[in-house]
Design a protein around this ligand. Structure first.
Ligand code: SIN
Length: 284
């Protein structure tokens, strides 16, 4: 990845493949030149981070609106008075966190989201980091033979098994208050297994273990071995970066180019974030 020179912001890559921290920016008071450069960093590094931000919900919404329309989340509890902002939380007495499996958000929608902007209000003393993986790298490092096999394939994605199912065991009960409207989990979508990113034109692997059910035209049983191989391949540590949140940190990931995974390694502590998801475009 070549280093682009930026005039209005300081850019510090987290790894050679994805992730960059951007310094010298107040997201509550952004000018157009800064925004243009931030967009460039987002497209180059796939996930961007800012620290020490002091954002009201209005600032958060205004920043999201610069990227596109806001997706009002069906399943997450909204911040009171702000339906466009979802709460991503874990209380000290709760066991499960949200997003602990590697995934990309909203792949079950016909037009999947562009990305999500997460703002940290309260973070654990230790732990609670989020990991990200580059789906460009996951695709680029496949053999020519497997690239050829995947090139003609579509996959079916669904929200039903993740958001529709009532938690049945004790361990999963506590997610209940944070995920709502389970009856609205009726979304299924078919997307190419390899997409061409709508903005960068790069090829990326577009499946994920949370929402992809099977390859189109294959049975679930036939699909699983290849899907499982790809899921393992895609999280090769070389393709990942990890972000440590502080109060006031903001992260914005590109759902078309990355997976993410929220680590659940802070028992007995609170983590409380606000998330806004920005709508995307068709990937077919
Ligand atoms: C999510 O999957 O949206 C949650 C990410 C996080 O809490 O770090």
């Amino acid at each position: 990845m070549g280093q682009t020179a930026y005039q209005t912001i300081d850019v510090h890559p987290l790894s050679g493949l994805l992730g960059a921290e951007i310094k010298g920016v107040n997201l509550a008071d952004l000018d157009d030149e800064q925004f243009t450069e931030i967009r460039q960093v987002f497209l180059e590094h796939s996930v961007i981070f800012f620290r020490d931000q002091d954002l009201t919900p209005e600032h958060h919404i205004a920043f999201a609106n610069r990227w596109g329309e806001i997706n009002v989340n069906r399943f997450f509890k909204p911040v009171e008075g702000y339906p466009m902002i979802a709460e991503v939380s874990k209380e000290p007495d709760q066991e499960k966190n949200i997003g602990s499996n590697w995934h990309t958000d909203h792949s079950y929608d016909q037009i999947p989201a562009l990305g999500s902007i997460l703002y940290a209000h309260e973070v654990p003393e230790v732990g609670g980091d989020t990991m990200f993986a580059s789906m460009y790298a996951a695709y680029d490092t496949l053999s020519d033979g497997l690239k050829e096999t995947l090139s003609g394939l579509n996959a079916i994605h669904s929200s039903r098994h993740t958001f529709g199912r009532k938690p049945t065991n004790q361990r999963n009960q506590d997610i209940g208050g944070r995920i709502r409207n389970r009856e609205l989990a009726t979304q299924d979508a078919v997307h190419p297994v390899v997409i061409r990113h709508p903005d960068t034109g790069r090829k990326a692997l577009y499946i994920n273990s949370a929402f992809t059910v099977q390859f189109e035209g294959w049975t679930k049983e036939e699909s699983q071995p290849l899907l499982q191989y790809l899921y393992r391949h895609a999280v090769n540590p070389t393709f990942t970066c990890r972000f440590h949140w502080e109060k006031g940190s903001v992260g914005f990931w590109d759902n078309r180019a990355t997976w993410h995974c929220a680590l659940n390694d802070y028992p007995g502590q609170r983590r409380f974030m606000h998330r806004i998801t920005v709508e995307g475009v068709s990937l077919s």
